[in-house]
Design a protein. Structure first.
Length: 127
């Protein structure tokens, strides 16, 4: 199955761990955050890669993480965790919330939608 290119590092992980192993990648996205600021700006980029797959009729979320420090200290993506999508954490739902319109798989959306609706409610209460 083809997927939308995200970045060189993310694409390599998806190809190596999923495509080359015949896993059905349903949706993938990468979130970039920063850690530590000085007078020149952020000191690092923090990358979180979310990959949704379909395995044995269940949707599964994989999360990978790596840091790029502007001092040249760079890590590779490290596998962090794997869940059944039904058990996705509120933390990760908040992270992928902005990308919900890019998820085209209706079965996956039907599982996520009640949880994303909860995020909608929480965001409205914060305003």
């Amino acid at each position: 199955m083809s997927f939308k290119s995200i970045s060189v590092n993310a694409d390599e992980v998806i190809k190596r761990d999923f495509i080359d192993n015949d896993k059905d990648v349903v949706f993938a996205t990468q979130i970039i955050e920063h850690d530590g600021y000085d007078r020149y700006g952020p000191e690092s980029d923090l990358f979180t890669l979310y990959i949704f797959t379909k395995e044995d009729k269940e949707y599964v979320l994989y999360r990978y993480y790596y840091e790029y420090w502007y001092d040249g200290n760079q890590q590779n993506y490290d596998f962090e965790l794997k869940w059944n999508v039904k058990d996705i954490s509120l933390y990760d739902l908040e992270k992928i919330y902005d990308f919900k319109s890019e998820i085209k798989n209706s079965d996956l959306l039907s599982i996520l939608e009640p949880k994303l609706h909860r995020i909608d409610s929480l965001m409205k209460n914060r305003a």
